[in-house]
Design a protein around this ligand. Sequence first.
Ligand code: ZN
Length: 146
Amino acid sequence: MRARKVLGIARDTLRFILEASRSSQPMEFAGLLQVDKEIITEVLILPGTESSRMSALVRLYMLPNMQVAGSVHSHPSGRLLPSEPDLIFFSRTGDYHIIVGPPFDENSWVCYDGAGKRRDLAILDVEFKDDGFDDDFDDEFDDEIA
Ligand code: ZN
């Protein structure tokens, strides 16, 4: 479960996290971060309390080929320091751990490493290339049937 090299987080992914955290209030939002081509682009949502997070994690680790760069969760209180359970969780879950809080904008989050030390994480503008080829292919196929 060694984390691979990470260049940063995709801006759209960060926005999704902030929006999901905002709409989860007053509950906590929590997820695991997954990396594609050295950029954090995926969030796997976990049950949202600090006690349930660890058991969810254990279940996930039983899945084959599960690559986790780290985690994200919200502190609706706005205090962006990791709690004691957070630090235990961080140490078992990769090297990039984001805590977000109100007002849930691009400045209201902090990233920590597996030891609970603050670290930088770049926000990257990434173009998500979706299935353009498949769409064209499907269209042609439909035309032929017609
Ligand atoms: Zn926490």
